[in-house]
Design a binder for this molecule. Structure first.
Ligand code: BGC
Length: 762
């Protein structure tokens, strides 16, 4: 019997931290860990060294197991499914149970009352924090600083593991060109290189050198694969893509995560080229398990095995189990087709005992590696004392400030003057709930600092007026729930009128982003634009601070507001972090990890597109453009973000004008702070292969470095390019390095910059 019911959605080696004084008095964090190096596509396969001791134990245990016991190991139950009898039967995994006492209880039942004493692997979606909620991953990608992801996953793992959970369904590494898709919030944006750097950092931080450690967890990169490109941006929707796209854009962050040691994986809901993620033999078995030597296990997404029937690739539950098992899905989440039908499938020779054994072996291997047989229990009474500790909260504040992107700052509207009065206006100005973002773990609204409180703490002369309400309801009742009424606008305008400077806190609810939250219109919801226009009419200095989980269409906001700060969903320290940036105690240095379109009709629009035979030219008719948009450009490009200071990037020089296909070329570039404040610049290195057998993206990011410079200070940044950078995957999934010219660009965004070139020779 299939058990599908209503889900409840509850939703790292310790690193040394260095506190560095920035401009002003507030402190910024920089981890000591060096990030950035990821093996790209053409790199060597991961070196997974099987531990002979563990393999022997797996072998011995498997030899004792009955078929029923084996099938139980393949079952992954939700919190609402687990009970004593399931634990006693020896269920393989449980997810979303977050009560440490209950976790401990069921573990005792499994270990003490099941015949073979096999512990349960407890799992949770720790996506941007467990209790201490960090900025959403899209925000953290904006930091262009892998140490931010490292901090998030270090503390996330510590809090998760202290609860008795030993696996996280994270990192979410889906590349996406779809701002309509609500889950773009969970990933690192549109670029495979940035996504790979962030993915590797998260895995290293959450797992440490060995996830047996008490404060570490095993990671599960998801959603394998190409879930980020659903047609129309509608969640779970079909994806059709070329082999080269899959390999060049969507697989690289997974590869980086597995190279970093990720030992489990989650297959995706959607189908690519007609083949559903959890029924895809090519991606699961051929690529992940064989080509990449992955010896951990793959769990399905939520009821995704049963959904093979809806996809139209399985006739019934037994058929769905057949397809998924044959594809390489080892563990079934929530639906129960494996335990229900595997015996029949074995009898009919539709699956083999070897397949079942392989899946069980993989699951047991991860449990042994996690140390669950030696340390199955959690000290549940201590769990609470490990949550929301000051070091985690401090790191969340710094992560949030480093993740914010200054989109506009005309006439030096920012930083605000803390000696003058401030009016905080807007539906998100006094809001705790939405600050936590779409995967709030076990975070609580009361943990979050509101914008109003954060600003008040740094400028006591602060007033607040909401203007309109924005309510996180599912399903929403637009327009009422989303700033649908202007009844409060007069009061808001009066409050703003009485202040010297105005902060407009606007955006989406946290429920408008995330799973099953696609939007066909990505403007600011409701009447928020009208509120901006009313405030703009006052002629006072004001800034729009945005809280959102996706690129929004901000054309009208940009027209009306002198200053815009993209704060995303910043997490528990939202208000403090916003105040740090608005008052200039922290100089913003984030850059966009995803393109912001002018209008939804421009979607998909992304920097790493192919040139086409008729590249866009708005002055001329017969080319790839929109007749009703007088430019080819998005509103804000990938890699873009301003600072309170200015930088110059100069003197790009290459170590050689040729590169042997097995050699390398080093690019050096100078970056100088030409302004009067200390600040951060992200120096970015892109390449373009102008003549290749497959049309190559007009630019591809292949290196970046975020540096902090004092006024007048210059730093030389070095990037090394080799075959992994200049090569690409062809339409048979083969990595090729072709001879010929490579253009190099260095700058502060994906647009413009310095350029040079070298030639790859065989
Ligand atoms: C989501 C996954 C998540 C799982 C368990 C699914 O609906 O797609 O990302 O890990 O639920 O919570």
């Amino acid at each position: 019997m299939m058990r599908v019911g209503k889900r409840t959605r509850g939703r790292q080696r310790r690193l040394g931290w260095r506190w560095v004084a920035l401009a002003g008095s507030v402190l910024a964090l920089s981890a000591l860990v060096a990030g950035g190096a990821v093996a790209a596509g053409g790199g060597s396969p991961p070196s997974r060294h099987a531990n002979p001791g563990i393999e022997a134990r797996v072998h011995a245990l498997l030899a004792q197991m009955t078929l029923d016991e084996k099938l139980e190991q393949l079952q992954l139950e939700a919190d609402w499914q687990i009970n004593d009898s399931e634990a006693r039967k020896g269920v393989g995994g449980v997810f979303s149970l977050t009560n440490p006492e209950k976790i401990n209880h069921f573990q005792h039942v499994a270990v003490e009352e099941s015949r073979l004493h096999i512990p349960i692997l407890f799992a949770f979606d720790t996506i941007h924090g467990y209790r201490t909620i960090f900025p959403i991953p899209l925000a953290e990608a904006s930091s262009f600083d892998p140490d931010v992801a490292t901090a998030d996953d270090t503390f996330g793992a510590r809090e998760t593991a202290a609860t008795g959970l030993k696996q996280i369904y994270s990192p979410m590494v889906d590349i996406s060109h779809e701002p309509r898709w609500g889950r773009i919030a969970e990933g690192a944006g549109e670029d495979p290189y940035l996504g790979s750097v962030m993915a590797a950092a998260r895995v290293h931080a959450a797992q440490g050198s060995d996830y047996i450690a008490a404060d570490k967890v095993v990671t599960s990169p998801k959603h394998y694969v190409a879930y980020g490109q659903p047609e129309g941006g509608r969640d779970y929707n079909t994806t059709d893509m070329s082999e080269q796209r899959l390999w060049n854009f969507y697989l690289p962050p997974f590869k980086a995560a597995f190279d970093a040691g990720a030992d489990t994986a989650m297959c995706s809901f959607n189908a690519i080229n007609g083949v559903a993620g959890c029924g895809n033999h090519e991606t699961e078995t051929e690529i992940l398990k064989k080509q990449w030597h992955f010896d951990g296990f793959i769990e399905s997404d939520y009821t995704a095995v049963s959904e093979l029937i809806n996809h139209g690739v399985a006739a019934d539950g037994a058929d769905a189990a057949r397809v998924a098992l044959n594809a390489g899905t080892d563990m079934e989440m929530v639906s129960t087709n494996y335990v229900d039908h595997a015996k029949q499938l074995l009898a009919q020779h539709e699956i083999t005992m070897h397949q079942i054994d392989d899946a069980v072996r993989r699951i047991l291997r991860v449990k042994f590696r996690a140390g669950l047989f030696e340390h199955p229990y959690v000290d549940w009474q201590q769990a609470e004392s490990k949550q929301l500790l000051p070091d985690a909260v401090a790191a969340a504040r710094i992560a949030a400030t480093r993740s914010m992107v200054l989109l506009k700052n005309n006439s030096n509207t920012l930083p605000l003057d803390p000696t003058k009065s401030v009016a905080v206006i807007g539906p998100l100005g006094n809001n705790q709930h939405d600050m936590l973002g779409p995967w709030w773990g076990v975070g609580r609204d009361q943990d979050a600092v509101t914008v109003d409180d954060g600003i008040m703490a740094q400028d006591p002369n602060t007033t607040f007026a909401q203007g309109c309400e924005i309510l996180d309801k599912d399903p929403p009742d637009p327009p009422n729930d989303e700033c649908g009424s202007d009844a409060g606008f007069d009061a808001a305008v009066a409050t703003a009128q009485a202040a010297d400077q105005v902060v407009l806190a606007l955006g989406e609810t946290r429920g408008e982003s995330g799973e099953a939250e696609s939007r066909s219109n990505i403007d600011l919801p409701g009447k928020q634009q009208e509120l901006i226009d009313r405030i703009a009419a006052l002629g006072k200095p004001f800034v729009v601070v945005l809280f959102n989980g996706r690129p929004l269409t901000l054309t009208k906001v940009d027209d009306a507001a002198p200053a815009i700060l993209e704060a995303w969903f910043p997490g528990v320290q939202a208000g403090n972090a916003v105040a740090d940036v608005l008052f200039g105690n922290v100089n913003p240095g984030g850059k966009l990890p995803v393109t912001f379109p002018r209008s939804v009709g421009q979607v998909p629009i992304y920097y790493n597109h192919e040139p086409t035979g008729r590249p866009c030219d708005p002055t001329f008719k017969w080319n790839s453009r929109y007749r009703d948009i007088p430019t080819c450009a998005p509103l804000y490009p990938f890699g873009y973000g301003l600072s309170y200071t200015t930088f110059s990037i100069s003197n790009l020089r290459l170590s050689s004008d040729t590169m042997r296909s097995n050699g390398s070329v080093t690019a050096l570039v100078d970056v100088r702070n030409t302004g009067s404040r200390s600040g951060d610049e992200v120096v970015q290195l892109y390449i373009h292969d102008p003549v290749a057998t497959i049309s190559q993206p007009v630019r591809r990011l292949r290196g970046f470095q975020r540096v902090t410079l004092n006024p007048g200070q210059t730093r030389t940044i070095s990037f090394t390019l080799d075959r992994d950078d200049v090569g690409f995957y062809d339409n048979s999934g083969k990595f090729v390095v072709e001879p010929g010219m490579i253009d190099v660009y260095a700058g502060d965004s994906s647009v413009g910059g310095l350029t040079d070139s070298f030639t790859v020779i065989p």
